[in-house]
Design a protein. Structure first.
Length: 365
């Protein structure tokens, strides 16, 4: 998934990506795959639960890494307009497409679907929360959350970026804790309380870029062992984590596991980057993370669940489901790119201009 915006493919003739940005694309590729295998029912469940501890924090850290202070600090309106197109427009497009598919499936479901009034999923889509159980395309909750996250981060950092890093950290931590408290009492529209909880992760990603840490990361050193120990300890002692349902467990352990697991993933990605095959595959998946996020559940897993129930009479398993969902999303995206209007509604970008826009924002981010 994208950081400053969900990613799109780079075009022909574009300058090669720097190793730094290529690793970020690969990280997005790994993270969106973790999201898909989670929704596909990865077993053993313990492994899936461990991935939950850091896969969404990693998305937010990447978001902070790619955030462009020079571009947005003095032009909040540009940030709002850009993200309305690249996050909010795809959110509503995907939600409505899934609603149409859900309505179609219900006709052939012989009354086995839950008795839900036709308008309730549409109201859930407007409110932007999955926690009420009525958002049909579950993963897209993240798009409105990321939109709000970036607006809050931009406004906050615009006024505190001259402070010491310790004071900046304290302010971001206070925002995050405030979001946690709000989320335990009631759920804000468009997951605004989760967006507050995520501020600390975005801040860490922003500082990683600001201090050019990515270029100095070493894969095998004492820091890796310390991070591994922190992650395993925090994940073991914390309870089940599910950010979109406001389940964090112990807040300190939640942040420790999220940060340590994310940094370990970035380190591991640099190791995978030594392989041309893994680099090409994960980079491509990372650049197309938006369409995978939109389609893997709202189209393919939804259809597979229907086929498994009424035709196959058995569960395919998490691995075939993952392959079908990812490959199907990528294939569907190739077809969508041939229809400019639909591509614009799905990505918020025009064909041809999309690649240039992605390149410029990624490099300056």
């Amino acid at each position: 998934m994208q950081a400053t915006h969900p990613s799109v493919s780079t075009g022909h003739g574009a300058a090669p990506k720097t190793p730094r940005l290529q690793v970020i694309d690969m990280v997005r590729g790994i993270t969106i795959l973790l999201v898909v295998v989670g929704h596909a029912g990865l077993t053993p469940a313990l492994l899936n639960d461990m991935f939950r501890d850091f896969r969404l924090p990693l998305f937010f850290i990447v978001s902070g890494y790619l955030f462009s202070a020079s571009k947005y600090f003095d032009n909040l309106g540009l940030l709002v307009r850009t993200k309305l197109l690249t996050l909010v427009l795809p959110y509503f497009t995907a939600g409505l497409l899934t609603y149409c598919l859900w309505t179609f499936i219900r006709v052939f479901d012989n009354g086995h679907s839950p008795d839900i009034a036709w308008y309730k999923p549409l109201l859930a889509l407007l409110y932007g929360n999955y926690s009420n159980g009525l958002l049909l395309n579950i993963p897209i909750w993240f798009l409105t959350c990321l939109f709000v996250t970036q607006i809050i981060f931009c406004i906050t950092m615009r006024y505190i970026h001259t402070f010491s890093w310790q004071l900046q950290f304290g302010i971001m931590l206070a925002l995050s804790v405030t979001g946690y408290g709000i989320g335990q009492a009631f759920l804000l529209p468009w997951n605004t309380d989760v967006a507050l909880v995520a501020q600390l992760f975005v801040f860490i990603g922003y500082k990683l870029k600001q201090h050019q840490v990515l270029g100095r990361i070493r894969i095998f050193n004492l820091n890796s062992l310390i991070l591994l120990f922190i992650f395993l300890t925090a994940a073991y002692f914390n309870s089940y984590v599910d950010m979109n349902n406001r389940v964090y467990g112990n807040l300190l352990l939640f942040y420790l596991a999220g940060i340590a697991g994310s940094l370990l993933t970035i380190k591991g990605t640099q190791l995978l980057a030594k392989s041309g095959l893994f680099t090409a595959l994960l980079t491509y998946i990372g650049r197309e993370s938006l369409v995978i996020l939109i389609f893997h559940y709202g189209v393919f897993i939804l259809l597979l669940n229907f086929l498994e129930r009424y035709m196959l009479h058995s569960y395919l398993g998490w691995f075939p489901t993952t392959v079908i969902a990812v490959a199907g999303s990528l294939a569907l995206n190739l077809m969508i790119k041939k229809v400019p209007v639909i591509y614009f509604l799905i990505s918020g970008k025009r064909t041809g201009a999309a690649d240039k826009g992605y390149r410029k924002e990624a490099v300056t981010g």
